[in-house]
Design a protein around this ligand. Structure first.
Ligand SMILES: [Zn+2]
Ligand SMILES: [Zn+2]
Length: 196
């Protein structure tokens, strides 16, 4: 049930920000950490960002008049993950962060070609996990990553495959060889998905 007050809290950005700041302040008090303005400024940026971003990208989003070091960005992002205000995702390219506050837990697609990541809301995953028996283990949450190729990388692979027919592997670029490997993985995956 979503009450009017809950709706207000979700849609009103300023209230959302205030609450997240309270959570961070309480967590830092409990840990005996200094409540520096830099940490709150990084929280503000994370709260406003859309999608999934690396620490370096977040660094470039910081307000011009509020410079913070790379080290502070990294340590604060770790802190935000610890207190549940951010999620982190390991991709082959980098660790990506996203705002967790006011957001439902969700799953992700990751493209192994370009390393981009997208949200996936699918309750059938939760339903399947809730039916799974995990003896002597209490389930807490579940996060699924589906690896594959996005449509842009599928088109790239099709071009690489055409080239592969004409030229020897030795003359292929590193990137083309990487896509050739992804192509082999896709062939194996097709069998796996059929079997399961
Ligand atoms: Zn891609
Ligand atoms: Zn996400």
């Amino acid at each position: 049930m979503c009450t009017e007050r809950m709706k207000e809290a979700i849609t009103d950005g300023s209230k959302k920000k205030e609450n997240a700041r309270d959570i961070l302040a309480r967590f830092m008090s409990e840990q005996g950490m200094r409540k520096t303005p830099e940490r709150f400024a990084i929280l503000d940026v994370v709260m406003q960002m859309k999608g999934h971003h690396s620490a370096d990208e977040i660094l470039t989003m910081m307000p011009q008049d509020f410079p913070v070091s790379r080290g502070t960005i990294y340590s604060t992002l770790t802190l935000l993950v610890e207190c549940g205000l951010a999620y982190n995702h390991q991709t082959e390219g980098a660790t990506l962060y996203e705002c967790a506050f006011g957001k439902q837990p969700h799953h992700h697609y990751i493209c192994t070609g370009c390393h981009k990541i997208w949200d996936l809301q699918d309750s059938t995953i939760e339903q399947a996990v809730s039916k799974m028996k995990t003896p002597r283990f209490k389930k807490l949450r579940c996060s699924t990553y589906i690896y594959g190729l996005c449509n842009i990388c599928q088109a790239k692979l099709a071009r690489v495959k055409k080239k592969m027919e004409k030229q020897k592997e030795a003359s292929m670029t590193r990137e083309e060889r990487r896509f050739a490997r992804i192509n082999e993985e896709l062939a194996k995956a097709a069998e796996w998905f059929k079997e399961n």
